[in-house]
Design a binder for this molecule. Structure first.
Ligand code: NDP
Ligand code: GUE
Length: 286
């Protein structure tokens, strides 16, 4: 079998046009959606992502505010900045780019973000709401994966989904969203014994382990759907995923890197910012 490539860029483009048109409608009502991105330090990759986010905001008509802080910024100072952003009426969404330097406690920072502005969906309140199936901001990368499958017409209900990786930002919430859509979910991680045994059973494999080209043909059942979340550099510094290209010969569907999950992540960030702006209107009327 030769896999059909799921074009994340194309799906993202379509979704972003819909978002842009809804942003225009909201502006008619004098609400101008705004996203604040907080970047600590000078990490090159983080800067690239932040630039991508700013560009995507601009194209969707969403205002973006970059708060760039030095690597040495104290946790206190960062928390003060977040408190300011929580108060600003022109800021509907707040994203603190992760990872943060070691001297800052990530959990404290995430909890400082007002849940109504937590467009990453990382605040414990939003995570709890997601787990109990209430309306919430869904974490952008897993949410993007679900939208990609939906747009491609791939059924999730009743399927066996194996997630490789259990981080708070990708693996864990991805499993939860699949469970919410009635999939049977298995989580694998670095202590999993016989990874291949598990992934080989999967109708859908989500690779989010952060190891270049790690998932090979032997891990995959013929005709499975393979979602490659990884963003890595290979030994030639070329961008690559967690899934080896040879998997294309065995899978039915495969997401590319670049041009797969990445553009969808940014799209769902725009979507969440639009949602936050809309809800701010409802709140101010109440
Ligand atoms: N496309 C996008 O939009 C995004 C892409 N990414 C990319 O996705 C990848 C994962 O990111 P993130 O979740 O933040 O990464 P983390 O490093 O936080 O987590 C990696 C997870 O993979 C597990 N793991 C590591 N090695 C193995 C192994 N050999 N076998 C099985 N499991 C393993 C770890 O297990 P354990 O818990 O036991 O340590 C951990 O749970 C990265 O490449 C990252 O760049 C991330 C965010 C967004
Ligand atoms: N608070 C927070 N929220 C995040 O959502 C978050 C984060 N921190 N830290 C880092 C990870 C990573 N991440 C990506 C977003 C877009 C692409 C992306 O657009 N990728 C493109 C191009 C990548 C490139 O050219 O480098 C693609 O895959 O086609 C990748 C990775 C969001 N993350």
């Amino acid at each position: 079998m030769v896999a059909k490539v799921i074009d994340g860029k194309e799906i993202a483009k379509k979704k972003r046009q819909e978002i842009a048109s809804e942003v225009r409608a909201l502006k008619e009502e004098n609400i101008f959606p705004g996203l604040a991105v907080v970047l600590v330090g000078n990490n090159h990759a983080s800067k690239t992502y932040v630039n991508n986010k700013e560009k995507a905001c601009r194209e969707a008509g969403i205002e973006s505010f970059l708060i760039a802080l030095p690597e040495e910024v104290s946790q206190e100072e960062l928390l003060r900045e977040i408190a300011e952003l929580n108060k600003r009426e022109d800021v509907h969404g707040i994203l603190v780019q992760l990872p943060l330097p070691d001297h800052i406690e990530e959990k404290k920072v995430i909890e400082a973000i007002s849940p109504e502005k937590d467009v990453d969906g990382f605040h414990p309140l939003n995570i709890g709401r997601m787990m109990t199936g209430q309306d919430s901001f869904l974490p952008c990368t897993p949410y993007g994966v679900m939208v990609m499958l939906e747009e491609t017409g791939i059924e999730v209900s009743g399927k066996h989904v194996v997630i490789v990786g259990r981080s708070n930002i990708v693996g864990k919430p991805a499993g939860q969203l699949f469970l919410n859509k009635n999939a049977t979910v298995t989580y694998c991680h670095s202590r999993t014994k016989d990874l291949e045994y598990h992934t080989k059973q999967a109708d859908i494999v989500v690779a989010a382990l952060g190891k270049p080209n790690f998932i090979r043909s032997n891990h995959i059942k013929e005709g499975a759907t393979v979602i490659d979340v990884g963003i890595n550099r290979d030994e030639h510094e070329k961008l690559c995923g967690d899934v080896h290209p040879e998997v294309a010969e065995k899978a039915a569907y495969l997401t590319p890197v670049p041009g797969g999950v990445g553009p969808m992540t940014i799209t769902m960030l725009l979507f969440n910012t639009l949602k936050a702006a809309r809800q701010s209107k409802a709140l101010s009327k109440a």
